[in-house]
Write a protein of this length. Sequence first.
Length: 116
Amino acid sequence: MTPLKTSLLEIKKSKFIGLLYHVESEKEVEDILRELKLVHKKARHIPYAYKIGARAKKTDDKEPSGTAGLPIWNVLERNQLDQTLIVVIRYFGGTKLGAGPLLRAYSNAANALLKD
């Protein structure tokens, strides 16, 4: 499935690729994530957040707790988005960013998807 919008952010050689999708079911989310993991095999982390009606989920995908899924989720909530999946794929650049900069990187990559 093709994303509605993409963003790219590079910080200390790490690349953060943001992807915005309209989704109508959890199965659709699973299918998208499965495809992304095949296409982006060398990505270190693929955290995401989605909201479909009363159903919602977020994950840090092995990033430090609260530094990836939560900032992505906050973008969904702040913008009152529904039937939406935001994924931010990280290609590690070799330099650890620390919790604060990492959280901001995920938040900025997700926010960039909503700017025109």
